[in-house]
Structures are given as C-alpha cells and as structure tokens.
Design a protein around this ligand. Structure first.
Ligand SMILES: NC(=O)c1ccc[n+]([C@@H]2O[C@H](COP(=O)([O-])OP(=O)(O)OC[C@H]3O[C@@H](n4cnc5c(N)ncnc54)[C@H](O)[C@@H]3O)[C@@H](O)[C@H]2O)c1
Ligand SMILES: [Zn+2]
Ligand SMILES: [Zn+2]
Length: 368
C-alpha cells in the first residue's frame, strides 16, 4: 500500500514527508494504522547524526499508538481493531531475559532491529523499489507501519490514543524507573534530577509507590511547577550546588532513592552523591553523549550507595504498558500536562524545533 511517512534522508537535515510503499505484514507481523505519535529526543538524536549507530534513509518515530488493521500468519495475541502502543523494547515472552524478572531487555529481535530491519532481515518500507529502513523497530512517523507482534502492547480501547502514545517511551521510562528498577519503598525519600518527560514520569512513579518526600531538581522553574503537579514535595533549581541543596532537604546522609533523567554525566554524578549512605540507590535513565563517562568517587560506593541503569524503566512492555495505561484511566496518573502541542505529520520538523526550544514537554503528531 502507499503511505506517507517522515524520512530521514541526510543527517542534520529536516525530515522529508514522502510517499512510500509499505508491504503487507509477514508471519508474526501486524499492520498498524497510526493515530498518534510523540516526538522524542531519540528521534532528534538520530536525525541530527549524533547517534553513532544511526542510519538513513529511514522512517523515524517510535512513540506511536494506533489500531491494528491486519495481521500476518501465526499472529496469536492481536486481532484487527485492537488498540496498541508501539514498543521499541519488545517482549517475546520466551527468551532468557523475558523469562527473568530482573530485566526487560528482550533478546529476540535485537540485532535486526538495530540494523533497521524487521526480524526476518528485510524491510517492509520501500521507495521506487529501494528498501527504506525501519527505526527502532517502529517507524511511527507514518500513517501506517508494520511491526512484529511482540513489539506491540494491546491497551484498553477506552484510552485516547493521542495520550496513550506517551506510554510508548518517555512516560513509561520514568514511571518504570521508580516502580521496577528502584522499586521505591513507601515512606522513603526520593530525588529526581530532570523534569522532562522521563523525570516527570519518575516523580509520578515515586508518588505511586508511596514515597514521603520527592525532591525534583531542574534548571527550569516552569518544569519544576509541572513536577509539583506530579507529586514533588520540594523543588530545587539545579546547578553545581544541587547536591548541597538536596542534602539540606533530605538530611545530610542523603536520599533513599535518586534518579537521573537529564542525559548529563555531571548530573548523574550528583545523583550518586545525593543517594543515602548505607543503602541509597541512584538510578540512571539519561542517555549520555558519545564517549562521555560517569565519574564516581569510589568512597561513595564503599559506604553503601549503589548505582543502577534503567532502559525503558525496566518495563516488560506487553505485560506492563497496559497496566500503566489502566492506572492512568483510573485517575492515578495525570498525562494532560505533558502534551503541549498537537501537530500534523507535515509539521514533524516543528516538533524538533519546539523540543530544542524546551517549549512544552511533548509534541504529539495526530494522523488525521
Ligand atoms: N533509559 C531510557 O530508556 C530512556 C528513554 C527515553 C529517554 N531517555 C533519556 O532520558 C533523558 C531525559 O529525557 P527527556 O525526554 O525527559 O528529556 P528533556 O530534555 O525533556 O528533559 C531533561 C531535563 O533535564 C533538565 N536539566 C538539564 N541540565 C540539568 C541540570 N544540570 N540539573 C538539573 N536538571 C537539568 C532540563 O532542564 C530538562 O528539563 C535523555 O537523556 C533521554 O535520552 C532514556
Ligand atoms: Zn523515545
Ligand atoms: Zn524476549
């Protein structure tokens, strides 16, 4: 079928919305009609050419939500009409990692996904007979996409898809960092560095876990106010003295749980240094620049602090994204403040500009 999609042609250049050919879903694959897709930093990171593993031409986008239009042979868990959220982090339910509760890093299709292929090593996207690659296994800056069944979470049909798409990446990452990776205990003290989509999700996750004190640190007063709306009890303007400010609030020994959601390695270090002596756990969510390293003085570790990393918040997508969506529908998570702009597919590059200007938390593309 003919579809329109936003193609990354050349790094550092605007995406080009073009007509493409999308082939039918093969075995284990599903055709999805996109209803909405968030514009995320990772799309921009790849478009700019900063991502060393990036490739072109490819259709970008990975924060999608839509409706199943057709299923390939052998698809068992999805049917035409189902509402789905796309998963750049799939869940096959069979590999060693899927069977282990300690990780969400499914191994089933990792290699081919990293190359921009569907699991059988080919693409469904093409242009004048030339293959166009898939991005993060999703390519959701497009009217339709074909994805493996294991990379789609079926969500309640009650969930508005122009909000549900946030659960495809940033929001679930933040929520999951607090709920799965750190497993924040009720009554504890938490510090979240960064109040973008991921950090605000982490604040909400800490609140849902029953944390007593939630300090949020960001450079923007406006974003700190959004953090208050998600349950932050204390707000700190970030900077070189952030650790001092935080310790004044949570006590000199540090906080039970800290989270980094900025991508800045200096802030990751602050997260480690703000974690409590004896048992504090610092969870790193941010993606650092190429070649950057996290510096930690070993004394902080010897005296009982621990560091964890979290990809997609440790969320096993097919099982847990529908649960998070239910908690949103039940009124426990407020996603409205996160959606700042609604754009058309043709305005996708405007989404990048808004992001660079830190104008709002998320722009969402609506497919009309
Ligand atoms: N681990 C994952 O699976 C995963 C998924 C999505 C995003 N990410 C990464 O998480 C990070 C956050 O993503 P986002 O979408 O929320 O980004 P964002 O840019 O919207 O938010 C980052 C926030 O950090 C704040 N900040 C910058 N410097 C700071 C400092 N010195 N002190 C305190 N705050 C500071 C900014 O003001 C901004 O509000 C990025 O690095 C992103 O690549 C990781
Ligand atoms: Zn993302
Ligand atoms: Zn798996």
């Amino acid at each position: 079928m003919k579809i329109r999609g936003a193609v990354l042609e050349r790094f550092g250049q605007p995406l080009e919305v073009q007509e493409l050919e999308l082939a039918e879903p093969r075995a284990g694959e599903v055709l999805v009609r996109l209803v909405a897709c968030g514009v995320c930093h990772t799309d921009l990171f790849t478009a700019s050419g900063s991502d060393p593993s990036g490739y072109a031409p490819a259709v970008l986008g990975h924060e999608g939500a839509g409706v199943v239009e057709a299923v390939g042979e052998g698809v068992r868990d999805l049917a035409v009409g189902d509402h789905v959220v796309t998963l750049f982090s799939p869940q096959c339910r069979e590999c060693e990692h899927c069977l282990d509760p300690r990780t969400n890093l499914c191994m089933a299709i990792r290699e081919q996904q990293g190359l921009g292929h569907l699991p059988d090593g080919t693409t469904r996207l093409s242009r004048n007979g030339e293959p166009v690659r898939h991005f993060m296994g999703c390519s959701t800056f497009a009217e339709y996409t074909v994805m493996p069944e294991i990379a789609l979470a079926r969500v309640s049909p009650e969930a508005p898809l122009d909000r549900a798409c946030l659960f495809a990446c940033g929001l679930s990452t933040g929520l999951g960092a607090a709920m799965n990776t750190a497993r924040v205990a009720a009554g504890s003290s938490c510090v979240v560095f960064g109040a973008g989509m991921v950090g605000l999700g982490a604040v909400a996750g800490c609140r849902l876990q029953g944390a007593e004190r939630i300090v949020c640190v960001d450079l923007s007063e406006e974003r700190l106010e959004l953090a208050r709306g998600q349950g932050a009890t204390d707000l700190v303007v970030g900077g070189p003295d952030a650790v001092e400010r935080v310790l004044e609030l949570v006590g000199q020994l540090g906080a039970d749980y800290t989270f980094e959601a900025t991508g800045n390695v200096a802030v990751m270090r602050q997260a480690v240094e703000s974690a409590r002596m004896g048992w504090g756990l610092a969870t790193v969510c941010g993606v650092a620049g190429k070649g950057e390293a996290l510096e930690v003085v070993p004394r902080f570790l010897i005296t009982g602090r621990r560091v964890a990393g979290s990809s997609f918040g440790g969320v096993k997508g097919r099982d847990q994204v529908p649960e998070l969506v239910e908690r949103w529908l039940g009124g426990e998570i407020d996603v409205e403040p996160f959606v700042s702009h609604s754009l058309s597919l043709d305005e996708v590059n405007r989404g990048f500009e808004l992001m660079e200007a830190q104008d709002g938390i998320r722009s969402v593309i609506a497919f009309g």
